[in-house]
Ligand binder design. Sequence first.
Ligand SMILES: [Zn+2]
Length: 390
Amino acid sequence: MNIEIKDVLLNGSTVDIALRDGKIASISPAVGTAQQVLLPLPIDPHVHLDKTFTANRCKPEKPGLFGAIEAMAKDALTWNEIDLRERIGQALAEAYRNGMSAMRSHVDWAQEEAPLAWSVLGEMAQDWRGKVDIQRSSLTPLNMLGDVEFGAAIASRVYRDREVMGCFVYRNENVDALLEQVFTYASRYELMLDFHVDEGLEPEATAFDRIVELTRHFRMSGRVLCGHACSLSIRPEGEVSRIISKAAESGIALTILPTTNLWLQDNQKGVTPRLRGLAPMHELRAAGVPVLLGADNVSDPFFSMGTYDALDVLRNASVAAHLVPADWLDSITTNPAKAMGLDKNEIRIGCSADFILIKGCSWDEALRNPKVQRQVFRAGCTESIGKAAA
Ligand SMILES: [Zn+2]
């Protein structure tokens, strides 16, 4: 089937695009004003599909990260295969509708054997392959993953499943030795690493610095992704500048999770937040660190709202961190693809016609109203989402 799409904003220029047999057949300059913007199908590098859609039955007793962790731990005792499949299926259907092409999901893993959610998500990933590709990352507290026996068991299982090894790092005692052990496993099994690190507003949360050093030491450029690093937002400026330079040299990447961190950080009942907990993403990117955006928690005790929609994440990040959206499209497309080792997202002649079109002459207009009409193309086939712009 042949489709002609006129007046599309692509990489800052207006073009006409022709599709043939599910592929991009031509891209030619157009003279008119753009009527719609185009984005390759986005990728989310950081979600939690095991936790999702529990918000209605699982409320934290106190605000902030550790209240959410406690509430989630209680709810996790009730998880079974039916429950997991139902909730994860709902999440994947939503992601698919919104045009997501791939997601990396963390899976809580705090015992030696792989948890039920790991195998359930692995099976569901097979069913969803080619629609929304799923990459799994184990999520284990650093004290457990840095343990010699425990860590070895997890690393070998993650290796067997060809997935990613991750851990939660926050003001641990003996953090240097524990992190070194994690990198030793990753190096031995040639694994990619993914850290939840320094997700708080205490200046002594500095594990990010150590992860940067170890990434360089173990020559793991391009294989280490960190998430959060909230404490960089309140640490002394000179110290932060130095670590940003080292991060750029090390080849590490960082995911910013705007919705969850805006919600969890400096959250005190009856008090308006003063601190926002966002790592200095402009400065990181200017220094050469790949910056990614992720939804993180969707409808769970960490964040009871949210969507599996990278454009919604970009909109929220743009407000929170004063981004010009058109300049940050790589944070939801090419940067996650590279950090996850995926070969995706190309808009050029001969490639599969996989992209989103949104009504608007600019990215500001396209993101102005979440209800603006969106068309998702997969291999040249499309269905519209949303309503005409209000
Ligand atoms: Zn997370």
